[in-house]
Design a protein around this ligand. Structure first.
Ligand code: DGY
Length: 311
């Protein structure tokens, strides 16, 4: 009998054979680059399980091309790349990888906050370019965080982990979430640092447009480690150019991997290539969860981290 095929659309931080038994055939795209769409569809065709990443759009077209598919195990906590209702209609499970990347992402959020507040990028560039001629009382003065207000938009696992770290820095924390906290308007008006931790959805796309950015405190810092399209990048560039905002720390981009040309040359912006969960520990755990979910479903069991319900 033919073994079910598991298509893994990207190189993982561990060897899939550490998790998947001999009962499945593995088709691994062993590369850091995303597959071209046609190739993704072609290789999904015979597959019963798919391990997808956030760059792999799993939509009706892909599902039609993969009639044997029983599970899409998304190698991410976010799953806005997957059309979940379309999967449910075809009785395909969708799973994600929660919890294991919470600390990594919260740490990286703080790396961005500190890099902006203490002008790390400018300091490092000065030094490397040979421009450091000695200590000076007025050189590259940043700002202190103690006593300032950290606003957290979205108070799930990652938002809460960011808030816990704020205690050590002596910041006051405000949060806005569907279930409580302050209003979104208050969050905008009160935050000295505003950090985004909501999933991307039709409600949150461009939640930070021209009006919202203008409503933020003058000189505030905006941090995004969630999903790029939550911020209207053109509006952000305008708010920075007008010196209304004091800076932005971005790990994600509206048209990722492209970065708005108005951001790249700015000193008040720190840009990272979507590194939120990029620790060895988190990425191994994410791979392990995604592969285990595939194995579970192919054994006929219910997955542990399903984001849909399949009859
Ligand atoms: C996620 O998990 O959603 C991240 O963006 C990728 O690690």
């Amino acid at each position: 009998m033919q073994k079910p095929r598991v298509f893994i659309a990207r190189r993982l931080a561990l060897d899939p054979r550490q998790v998947l038994g001999a009962g499945v055939e593995i088709d691994l795209h062993d590369s850091e680059s995303a597959l071209p769409r046609a190739e993704l569809l072609r290789r999904a065709h015979e597959s019963s399980g798919l391990v997808a990443t956030l760059a792999d759009k799993v939509d009706g077209e892909l599902l039609d091309a993969a009639p044997r598919l029983r599970i899409v195990a998304n190698h991410a906590v976010g799953y806005d790349n997957v059309d979940v209702p379309a999967c449910t209609r075809r009785s395909v499970w969708v799973t994600n990888t929660p919890d294991v990347l919470t600390d990594a992402t919260a740490d990286l959020t703080w790396a961005l906050i500190l890099a902006l507040a203490r002008r790390l990028r400018e300091g490092e560039r000065l030094l490397r370019s040979g421009g450091f001629s000695g200590w000076a009382p007025t050189m590259l003065l940043g700002r202190e965080l103690r006593g300032r207000t950290l606003g957290i938009f979205g108070y799930g696992r990652i938002g809460q982990a960011v808030a816990r770290r704020a205690e050590g820095f002596g910041m006051r924390v405000l949060f806005n979430t569907r279930g409580g906290g302050v209003s979104f308007e208050e969050l905008l008006e009160e935050s000295d640092v505003l950090s985004i931790h909501v999933p991307l959805s039709t409600q949150t796309r461009h939640a930070f447009g021209p009006a919202e950015l203008l409503r933020m405190k003058r000189g505030a810092l905006l941090i995004n480690t969630a999903r790029g399209p939550i911020v209207d990048e053109a509006a952000l560039v305008a708010a920075l150019a007008a010196r209304h905002l004091g800076g932005a720390g971005l790990d994600v981009f509206e048209n990722e991997p492209a970065v708005h040309p108005g951001l790249a040359g700015r000193d008040d912006v720190v840009l990272l290539p979507h590194l939120g969960s990029a620790t060895q520990e988190a990425r191994e755990a994410m791979a392990r969860i995604a592969l285990s979910e595939v194995e579970r479903v192919l054994r006929g069991e219910r997955p542990l981290h399903a984001v849909n319900e399949v009859p």
